[in-house]
Design a protein around this ligand. Structure first.
Ligand code: AMP
Ligand code: MG
Length: 414
């Protein structure tokens, strides 16, 4: 392999060695979904905070209703209702012997009461109540501290916060959490032929799609995308845009302008400014640029312009780096083994990242390569839900062969 050619793994490892996790900051809970907690969190309260009712019904002394049996006529008990307590309220008086207090779910158990008779087992009375079924001590009472105790560690450092974690943080009294923040990622596309979707095309022009794709992929990775206007094939414009962004954002992703052509402005403008342009032994995605730019050493990923190459490059190189910046395991998609449905040829000496439709069958995973494996087939890219990985040394895999596969939108893999 020539000196300026790297393997996919070498390039990815070089990127992962250069990027580091962001410093923790305190964020409002609403902003914490998918972020990594950076401290152990202890509860500020008991959960439940006080003995409370699990049902709408009547707070009673169990002994007073023990005779009531719904299967035995004439055993119902009638008690005076001496008060009422709703969630958020406090009973104005205790439940004395032979008395009942009407109570709602979540309300504090009044002093003196030791059981709740649910409203379905009564006549629902307000002056007096007929109790038709007994309730042993503790029935429908949620004891204080049963779930969580004050001072108990409820989430440990390193946990990725999901909706259930947000619930626990809020319930234990925390309006915010110390987390590694989402990187703000600027997305820059370059090319004189590119016109935003929605605008008419002149001869030779195409709709710009990579920045929208990369914006979506950045957001799907848990980071914040800051999409920039498309730049013309003008090296000075690329350089000044990158310099300004390097003062502002946490990472920069460019697409286009990195190959061997005459207008490869990204390469031309950035190669003397901290970005290494290399050939990676992979298909698609051979030309790649990476470096740390500006005074803040902002990682810059210069991806090739063909839409499929850009997407594959994002998945293979950028997504793991963004995950590392967020303190997450940079590991890529889970690798599964699948049976290939149609043969694929692969260039010698280059790892191929083929796109496929994965389906799960009784015999396991199957991968059906999409027809258009060239790097400009956007529709076939959109049909695919998996990458099939063919090692550099293989030049052909046959239908029926077992191959490594990544599911791209695996539930829970985000
Ligand atoms: P380049 O890497 O600039 O040589 O571009 C390679 C191919 O990708 C060309 O056909 C470009 O027109 C196309 N391309 C480059 N950038 C974009 C973009 N942002 N959106 C859609 N296609 C693009
Ligand atoms: Mg171009």
């Amino acid at each position: 392999m020539p000196a300026d050619v790297r393997t996919l793994e070498e390039h990815r490892d070089a990127i992962l060695a250069a990027v580091r996790a962001a410093e923790p900051v305190s964020l409002r809970l609403a902003d914490c979904l998918g972020l990594v907690l950076c401290e152990d969190v202890t509860s500020l309260v008991d959960l439940p905070g006080f003995d409370n009712s699990a049902m709408d019904g009547y707070a009673v002394r169990a002994v007073d209703v023990s005779a009531a049996d719904p299967d035995v006529p004439g055993t119902a008990v009638r008690l005076p209702v001496v008060g009422e307590v709703a969630a958020g309220g406090v009973a104005t008086r205790a439940v004395g012997p032979g008395e009942a207090v009407r109570i709602m779910t979540g309300a504090m158990i009044p002093d003196g009461a030791d059981a709740i008779v649910k409203v379905e087992d009564t006549d629902g009375g307000t002056g007096t109540v007929e109790i038709r079924a007994g309730a042993p001590v503790g029935t429908s009472v949620r004891p204080a501290g049963e779930d969580v105790q004050h001072g108990q560690v409820v989430l440990t450092s390193g946990t990725t916060i999901d909706a259930r974690g947000v619930a626990l943080l809020a319930a234990t009294g925390h309006p915010d959490a110390l987390v590694r923040p989402r990187p703000r990622v600027a997305i820059v596309s370059a090319g004189a032929e590119l016109v935003p979707p929605g605008e008419p095309l002149q001869p030779g022009q195409i709709h710009e799609s990579n920045s929208y794709m990369l914006e979506a992929a950045v957001v799907a990775s848990g980071a914040v995308a800051v999409r920039q206007a498309t730049l013309d094939d003008d090296p000075a414009a690329v350089l000044s845009a990158v310099a300004a962004l390097a003062d502002d954002v946490d990472a920069i992703v460019t697409s286009g302008g990195v190959s061997m052509g005459a207008y490869d402005v990204v390469k031309e403008s950035l190669r003397d400014h901290g970005v290494d342009f290399v050939q990676v032994a992979m298909q698609p995605g051979k030309p790649q640029g990476f470096g740390l730019v500006g005074d803040r050493n902002v990682p810059l990923f210069a991806l090739p312009g063909n839409p499929v190459s850009s997407y594959v490059s994002f998945e293979v190189f950028v997504r793991p780096a963004l995950r590392r910046m967020m303190g997450r395991d940079p590991e890529q998609r889970r690798t599964l083994t699948a049976r290939l449905e149609h043969p694929l040829s692969s260039p010698p000496g280059r790892a191929q990242v083929a796109r496929a439709v994965a389906t799960h069958t009784e015999e396991g995973w199957r991968a059906d390569p999409v027809w258009g494996q060239a790097s400009h087939f956007v529709a076939d890219l959109a049909r695919a839900n998996a990458f099939v990985l063919i090692p550099a040394e293989a030049t052909r895999v046959e239908a029926g062969d077992m191959v490594d596969m990544w599911l791209l939108d695996e539930p829970g893999a985000g």
